[in-house]
Structures are given as structure tokens and as C-alpha cells.
Design a protein around this ligand. Structure first.
Ligand code: DGI
Ligand code: FE
Ligand code: FE
Ligand code: FE
Length: 189
């Protein structure tokens, strides 16, 4: 698609080559998951391409955008790991002119996930980010197999493992990461 190519150039201008290549792989993996789950594959590919658009912006840009877009001021207490999705979605709309609310929501939710009402496109981008062909953490093969059988089981697998990983490393954990996990844990209990 032609829009995809124009957006690729704008994304690559914002990112290191390594992260841009990650975005291309997420785009491809999102297209595959879209085909498997009855979602528009071009919409999924575009969402995957832009998901980390804001990842390398300086903190001042995020802090200014939180004011400018009237986002929750508590966001200022967090960091780029959280900002690049929630605040990044506003930058994508503003700077890339992408207005599709499903794509913007998928970007907003791609780091923390969401509860069981999470839109299918958002599940796809969340899982494509975790499973793209450049990822090689222990368990990635199992995670890919689970996700091919059930997108929902894949989402829960990622939430479970990311939460454990963050806690093991003594990281601060964003509340939404917990509420997403709890909702799926109840769902599958
Ligand atoms: O942007 P990516 O590296 O491709 O992937 P991502 O946006 O899913 O995650 C970015 C990082 O954020 C990753 O190292 C995991 C981490 N993360 C996810 N949830 C939380 C978190 N970090 C903190 N501090 N708190 C969270 O709740
Ligand atoms: Fe990200
Ligand atoms: Fe992710
Ligand atoms: Fe990513």
C-alpha cells in the first residue's frame, strides 16, 4: 500500500536503524496475526509500523505533549517506557496524520495491554511487538505457538511473563500493567 510507504519514511526519520527494523518486523508479524484473526491486514500493518514512532523522543517532548493534549498529569511521574505508547499515539495523530481510532488505541495499549475488552487490533499489535521474528527470549517459540492457537491466551502469556520479569528486576510497575493482568487472570481462572 502507498500510504504505508510514505509513513515508513517518516517513521525511519525518527528512529535508529535497529528500532526502525523492529517496527518493520512488527508490521509484518501484525499482518500475519491479522490474517489469522479476521482483522484488516493493512490496518494491522500500519499500526505495527508506527507503534514505536515516539520511542526515541526526548523527555521534554513527552512532558510538553502531556500538557498540550490534556492527558492525565500523573503521566509526568512515569517514563519513556510508558509515554511512548500513550503520549506517542497523540504524536502519531498530530505528526503523521493517522486518525484511525483503532490504530491510535492499539498504539496506546501496546506496552501495558488492557483487560479482556481490549480491541482485537490492539491485541494483535501487543502480540506482534512481543513475537516479531527478531525477538529471541527464552519461551518465544512457545509464546508464538500459543498465540497462533489463541490470541487471547497469547495476551495473557505475555502479561504474566512481563509482570514477572519487571518484578524480578525490581522495576516500578505501571498500575495498568497490573489491572490488565488481573482481568485476564480472572477471565482464565
Ligand atoms: O517499545 P518496545 O521495547 O518494543 O516494547 P514495549 O513498548 O512493549 O515495552 C517497552 C519496555 O517497557 C519493556 O522493556 C517492558 C517495559 N514495561 C512494560 N510494562 C511496564 C514496563 N516498564 C515499567 N517500568 N512499568 C511497566 O508497567
Ligand atoms: Fe513500544
Ligand atoms: Fe509490547
Ligand atoms: Fe516495539
Amino acid at each position: 500500500e502507498e500510504e504505508l510507504h510514505a509513513v515508513e519514511k517518516k517513521v525511519s526519520a525518527q528512529l535508529s536503524d535497529g528500532r526502525f527494523q523492529h517496527c518493520l518486523r512488527v508490521s509484518d508479524y501484525a499482518r500475519k496475526l491479522a490474517q489469522e484473526n479476521g482483522v484488516d491486514e493493512n490496518q494491522a500493518a500500519l499500526a505495527g509500523l508506527v507503534h514505536d514512532y515516539a520511542k526515541e523522543r526526548p523527555a521534554e517532548d513527552f512532558l510538553a505533549a502531556i500538557d498540550r493534549f490534556h492527558l492525565d498529569p500523573d503521566l509526568k511521574n512515569w517514563s519513556r517506557a510508558i509515554w511512548h505508547g500513550v503520549v506517542g499515539a497523540e504524536m502519531i495523530q498530530d505528526e503523521l496524520g493517522i486518525d484511525d481510532p483503532a490504530i491510535l488505541d492499539a498504539v496506546r495499549l501496546h506496552t501495558t495491554g488492557d483487560g479482556v475488552e481490549m480491541p482485537t487490533l490492539a491485541k494483535i499489535v501487543f502480540m506482534a511487538d512481543y513475537l516479531e521474528t527478531g525477538r529471541d527470549f527464552p519461551g518465544v517459540k512457545e509464546a508464538r505457538e500459543i498465540t497462533d492457537k489463541s490470541l487471547d491466551r497469547g495476551v495473557f502469556y505475555q502479561l504474566q511473563h512481563t509482570l514477572s520479569f519487571l518484578a524480578e528486576n525490581g522495576n516500578v510497575i505501571y498500575p495498568k500493567t497490573f489491572t490488565s493482568y488481573n482481568d485476564w487472570a480472572r477471565h482464565f481462572a
